[in-house]
Design a protein around this ligand. Structure first.
Ligand code: GLY
Length: 295
């Protein structure tokens, strides 16, 4: 219970930082980055320091960021950056942003991403610096289970943020250590634009949950496309429903549309969301969506 309360406070503090930045006229992209960085630095979440461990007991993280910025003539310019299977940076989303802003590519993986980080002036750390005692204990406890069941469990505590700023620019970002016990080299939805993160002129979305199912559903891209004519809340519920049937996969999504309306839904054991809508900072433990299940 203490952990729950601490995580609630940490989430509120992270969103408050992003909200303060937006209130001072900052960009949606900066707001998403500072919010996600706070959560990556907090060992209670599965991103950055405190990430879950893979089958060989090490950390490999994924992150992506996407932004829609309005040009002078009002035209929408879309850009995105992502990193996959990185293990030597404390803030993978910052590196994803550097990929977006400083390269002609959208995604860099593994050692190439580390080399690029050095070139971009992002400090490299040792992988041990990212591994907490708790992550190590959980890894040991799960080893036997992994051998029996594989690593199909949903990713716990992936972090993400979506924001719209006073210029109408929209950004979304997602960061994760992935699924515990995953095979080294496995890349999940959080690194994949269209799956774990997506933005268009209609809005932005960030997802959490079982990456393979989210990739197959193209979850965030489909959700943002559906914003035409539907509220973010109803889009979020429908998106999660597509994960439940037929795959019965666990997941959740947060969405902000171009009118700054917010929607979120999930079907996992728990998902907490903090929102800021120019008036108020709020937190909620979101009730899971349940569909009739046949088994
Ligand atoms: N949703 C995070 C992952 O599957 O890696």
């Amino acid at each position: 219970m203490e952990d729950r309360t601490e995580r609630r406070q940490a989430l509120l503090a992270a969103v408050r930082r992003g909200a303060d930045l937006l209130r001072e006229g900052g960009s949606a992209l900066d707001a998403v980055q500072v919010t996600v960085a706070e959560l990556e630095d907090d060992t209670r979440f599965n991103a950055g320091t405190g990430s879950v461990l893979n089958s060989v007991g090490t950390v490999e993280m994924d992150a992506s960021v996407m932004v829609m910025e309005r040009g002078r003539g009002g035209e929408a310019r879309i850009s995105a950056g992502a990193v996959a299977a990185v293990s030597r940076v404390k803030n993978p989303l910052m590196l994803a942003r550097a990929v977006m802003e400083e390269t002609a590519h959208v995604m860099l993986a593994g050692s190439g991403a580390h080399r690029f980080a050095r070139r971009a002036g992002i400090e490299l750390c040792r992988v041990e610096d990212l591994i907490t005692a708790r992550a190590r204990e959980r890894w040991r406890a799960r080893q036997l289970q992994f051998r029996k069941q594989g690593s199909s469990a949903a990713a716990p505590s992936t972090v993400g943020a979506v924001a719209i700023d006073s210029n109408g620019n929209i950004a979304a970002g997602t960061s994760t250590g992935g699924i515990p016990g995953k095979i080294p080299g496995r890349v999940g939805d959080s690194a994949i634009v269209g799956a774990g993160t997506f933005v268009s002129a209609r809005g932005g979305a960030s997802a959490t949950g079982h990456g393979e199912a989210i990739i197959l559903a193209g979850l965030c891209r489909e959700a943002v496309a559906a914003l035409l004519g539907q509220s973010p809340s109803s889009v979020a519920r429908r998106a999660v429903a597509t994960l439940l049937a037929p795959a019965k996969a666990e997941g959740g999504i947060v969405i902000v549309d171009r009118k700054a309306r917010i929607g979120f839904a999930h079907n996992a054991a728990a998902m907490q969301v903090a929102t800021f809508d120019s008036a108020e900072l709020r937190h909620c433990w979101v009730e899971p969506l349940r569909l009739a299940r046949t088994s």
